[in-house]
Design a protein around this ligand. Structure first.
Ligand code: CO
Length: 271
C-alpha cells in the first residue's frame, strides 16, 4: 500500500552548490548523503516534514541521470512514493501489465526502490520505495502540493488509481487561472492533476510541445507568507509578490526555479 510521498528527486550539476540553497537558505536538514557507485550518482536527501527532497548529481557521463541532466537541465526527475511492501506492489503492477523500468527492487538512497515507466503515468517518472524498517520519518506536513500537467484529469486519474491506488478526491474549476485541478490526497500532500481550461491556453500549448509532464515545483504551506517572502529576499533570492492562487482562499508567492536548482518553490498560505 502506498501511504506517503517519500521524496521528489531533482537532477543537479553540483549537490554542493544546491545545498547552499536547500540546506543553508531553506534551512532543511540533510538526512543522507552518499555516492551510489553502480548508479553513477551522488544522492543527497533533505528532510522536509514527512517528505524529502533528493538531489541527484551524476558522477559519470554514461548514465540515464547524466543524459537527463544534459538534455533537460536542472529539473524535477521523479516523484517517489513510499510503500510497506515493494515486492507486492511490483507483482500487482506486473499482473496489470503496467510498464516497469525495474521488475524487481534494487538498493537506492531511500531503501529498496523500483521505477515505473513514465508512459504508464502520463509523463511522470514514479519511484516506489520501501525504506528500511525503523527508519525515521517526520510527522509534520512537508509538501502542500505537487502538480502534474495532463490533457484530461479523468483519464489521468484512472491511471493514478490503477497504478498507485490513489483516488481523485475533488475537482476545482480554476478557469480564471486557465486551468482545472483534480486533487489526489497522499499523506498530508495533495497531488494535483492540472488540465488546461481551454485548448488554446499556454498550458495546452506546452503539453502539445513537450507532452504531459510533472511540474518542476513543490508548494510549501507557510504561516506568514509576507514574513517568508522577506526572509528569502533578504537572503538574496528573487520572490514574486503574494497574490491569490487558483485554489480558493489561498495566497501564493514563487521563488524562481532558475535560482533554486530547477525546483520551483511556491509558498502558500490559507487565509
Ligand atoms: Co529518488
Amino acid at each position: 500500500m502506498i501511504d506517503l510521498i517519500h521524496h521528489v528527486g531533482i537532477v543537479v550539476h553540483s549537490a554542493d552548490d544546491a545545498l547552499v540553497f536547500f540546506r543553508d537558505i531553506m534551512g532543511l536538514t540533510v538526512s543522507e548523503d552518499r555516492v551510489i557507485e553502480e548508479q553513477g550518482v551522488r544522492g543527497v536527501l533533505l528532510a522536509i516534514g514527512e517528505n524529502e527532497i533528493e538531489l541527484l548529481q551524476p558522477t559519470r557521463d554514461d548514465t540515464g541521470v547524466a543524459r537527463y541532466l544534459e538534455t533537460k537541465g536542472e529539473i524535477l526527475h521523479h516523484i517517489c512514493f513510499r510503500t510497506n511492501d515493494i515486492r507486492a506492489e511490483l507483482a500487482r503492477l506486473q499482473s496489470q501489465g503496467v510498464d516497469l523500468i525495474d521488475e524487481s527492487p534494487r538498493d537506492g538512497l531511500a531503501g529498496e526502490i523500483a521505477f515505473i515507466h513514465p508512459k504508464a503515468m502520463h509523463g511522470v517518472l514514479i519511484e516506489l520505495a520501501q525504506p528500511p524498517s525503523g527508519s525515521h520519518t517526520g510527522t509534520e506536513k512537508g509538501f502542500d502540493h505537487l502538480a502534474a500537467m495532463v490533457n484530461d484529469i479523468d483519464t489521468a486519474a484512472e491511471d493514478w488509481s490503477q497504478v498507485l491506488g490513489l483516488e481523485l478526491s475533488a475537482k476545482i474549476d480554476a478557469s480564471d487561472h486557465g486551468i482545472l485541478i483534480g486533487q489526489i490526497i497522499c499523506g498530508q500532500t495533495v497531488m494535483e492533476l492540472v488540465q488546461p481550461a481551454t485548448n488554446d491556453s499556454p498550458l495546452a500549448e506546452r503539453i502539445g510541445s513537450v507532452g504531459e509532464h510533472p511540474a518542476s515545483m513543490i508548494a510549501i504551506e507557510v504561516p506568514d507568507i509576507e514574513e517568508e517572502i522577506s526572509r528569502y529576499r533578504s537572503a538574496g533570492m528573487t520572490v514574486s509578490d503574494s497574490s491569490p492562487g487558483p485554489i480558493p482562499g489561498t495566497l501564493r508567492a514563487s521563488l524562481t526555479a532558475e535560482e533554486t536548482y530547477g525546483l520551483g518553490i511556491q509558498l502558500i498560505t490559507y487565509v
